[in-house]
Design a protein around this ligand. Structure first.
Ligand code: FES
Length: 154
């Protein structure tokens, strides 16, 4: 077998192994724990309010991050609270080639080629070069409001 063909085969194998392990991690993020994995990041209910989303601060009881399944967005929105109580919201659509990235601890990891982002969407490791799309977030009383701009993230 030509050397170049062997290298392509190994690369493809490693790529597929990465996808498989990340799929298991993503299954673990689903609310029902599909695949027998423990739940890591719960999906939270929210309300659409005008051009944004609203969810109660109580959604963060017992967790520092929640996922929002927004019907007209290509991937879940990940809302994270950092150690100082600041909230960020990012679209989990990987900026490399558009796979859905998965929150894993303090990072968001893409299962397709391994791009890794901080919880605020900043790229920590490529191949992605651009940060995840970030939404403005503000606190209104006991609720969190996330502004969606339909022209920018889809
Ligand atoms: Fe996410 Fe390639 S699509 S790293």
């Amino acid at each position: 077998m030509p050397r170049r063909l062997r290298m392509m085969t190994r690369r493809r194998f490693l790529d597929q192994m990465g996808r498989a392990s990340a799929c298991l991690a993503y299954a673990g993020a689903l609310p029902l724990g599909i695949g027998g994995c423990a739940m890591t990041v719960p999906f939270a209910p929210f309300e659409r309010t005008g051009s944004g989303l609203s969810l109660p601060l109580a959604a963060f009881d017992g967790t520092d991050g929640v996922l929002l399944e927004v019907p007209d967005r290509p991937a879940p929105v990940y809302v994270h609270r950092d150690g100082s109580g600041q909230f960020t919201a990012v679209l989990t659509l990987c900026t490399h080639q558009g796979c859905t990235a998965v929150p894993q601890g303090p990072r968001i990891v893409c299962p397709c080629h391994g791009s890794t982002y901080a919880s605020d969407g900043t790229v920590l490791q490529g191949p992605a070069e651009q940060s995840l799309f970030r939404y403005p977030v503000r606190i209104e009383g006991e609720r969190i409001r996330i502004e969606l701009n339909p022209a920018e993230d889809v």
